[in-house]
Write a protein that binds this ligand. Structure first.
Ligand code: SF4
Length: 378
């Protein structure tokens, strides 16, 4: 085959291939006439001749694919159905008759009051909210399945080099309560490690949270260069503390699993696990005082409710004598002797299911009826 007739790179059409044009006997394809055919020269039916279209060369690259930057369809028809389906579920799992659930720990006192007073949520969860929450539930459920299988006696032993581990029990989704505040909570996992000899078992209450990549970065101090680790959310820590106290845990652990990993190129030297998980462990000495303060705060909100009052708009990590002045932005002010001495912003208002109704209310302790009256006018 000459180079003139050979197919070029990527050209698979065999145009000009001389093998396509060799003459042959119609009976046996030998190189002789039909009357000289050693097979007897019986010609088959004439071959069907097809009109071939001009061959199309296969491209050597993908430059004919749609370009980058192609705008999405204006209205997705299929991908959003999962979130729509999720959104048909009830989004408030508080059993009737309970004043407080531990997953509300650390929330704004006014928001707790609205719930206790039975004021309906004015801002139900939107589809992005459902997407986020239910993805978290999937991770949560899978982790709870993996934990008992993976946290074996051998693994526990690797954490205690001064005692011999003889047994490990992992209880999942343990229901707990604090009678004093008529509360209910669910511990994601309670791990009990038993040792030989006279050692007391070691009980760990685990609180797992799935978080976005940005929150994970902030929590572990990787959001910006030299930025300190923010640690877990106050609410997550207080929930873990309340749950830990309820089961008498020796230790509570707040564990984060990020829904997006830190970039492999940016964090090439980081421990691979650190790119998507983080844990913070707290001893009894550390977590019990936090739990007791949260119990006191919630008890005070409940007491106000029994007097027909709603609590001020305040989160537990805001400074003394401060209150949210604008629920539309979360802006707060600290006032001492009538003077503004500090200001700040609470992100919680943007995610609060009572934000719209809260905008119609006054700051401070206010009568429950004032909210009902405002809603009636609206
Ligand atoms: S909107 Fe803000 S101030 Fe009002 S209840 Fe919610 S978190 Fe509190």
């Amino acid at each position: 085959m000459s180079t003139a007739t050979a197919p070029g790179p990527g050209d698979l059409t065999r145009h000009g291939d001389p093998q396509q044009f060799l003459p042959g006997c119609p009976a046996c394809d030998g190189h002789h006439r039909l009357d000289a055919c050693p097979e007897g020269g019986v010609a088959p039916h004439p071959r069907r001749t097809e009109t071939k279209e001009a061959p199309v060369a296969i491209k050597r690259d993908l430059s004919d694919l749609p370009p980058a930057g192609l705008a999405p369809d204006p209205s997705p028809r299929f991908a959003g159905l999962l979130a729509e389906w999720w959104s048909t579920r009830p989004d408030d799992h508080v059993p009737s008759g309970k004043a407080f659930r531990h997953s509300d720990a650390g929330k704004c006192a006014r928001a707790l009051s609205y719930r206790i007073a039975g004021i309906p949520r004015s801002d139900p969860m939107d589809l992005p909210g459902w997407h986020n929450v239910e993805l978290g539930t999937l991770i949560h459920d899978a982790w709870q399945e993996a934990l008992p299988a993976m946290f074996t006696v051998e693994r526990a032993q690797s954490l205690f080099d001064d005692r011999t581990v003889v047994d490990v029990q992992v209880a999942i989704e343990v229901g707990v309560e604090h009678e004093a505040i008529d509360s209910i909570g669910y511990v994601d996992a309670v791990v009990t490690v038993t040792f030989d000899g006279d050692h007391e078992p070691h009980v760990i209450a685990l609180e797992l949270k799935s978080v976005g990549g940005w929150k994970h970065k902030n929590a572990i101090g990787k959001a910006r260069k030299n930025s300190p680790a923010e640690g877990p959310d106050t609410g997550h820590l207080l929930q873990a503390a309340l749950n830990g106290l309820a089961v008498g845990a020796d230790e509570v652990v707040v564990a984060y699993i990020a829904k997006e990993c830190l970039s492999a190129t940016q964090y090439r030297d980081a421990d691979p696990l650190a790119r998507f998980v983080a844990e913070w462990a707290f001893t009894r000495e550390q977590y019990v005082p936090l739990a007791e303060r949260e119990l006191e705060r919630v008890a005070a909100v409940i007491a106000l409710g029994s007097e027909g009052l709603l609590a001020p708009r305040k989160l537990p990590d805001m400074p003394p004598r401060s209150e949210i002045t604008d629920p539309s932005t979360g802006d707060w002010e600290q006032r001492i002797d009538g003077e503004v001495t500090d200001t700040g912003n609470a992100w919680a208002c943007a995610y609060c299911p009572y934000q719209t109704v809260c905008l119609t209310t006054e700051a401070g302790r206010i009568p429950v009826e004032s909210v009902v009256a405002t809603k009636a006018v609206a």
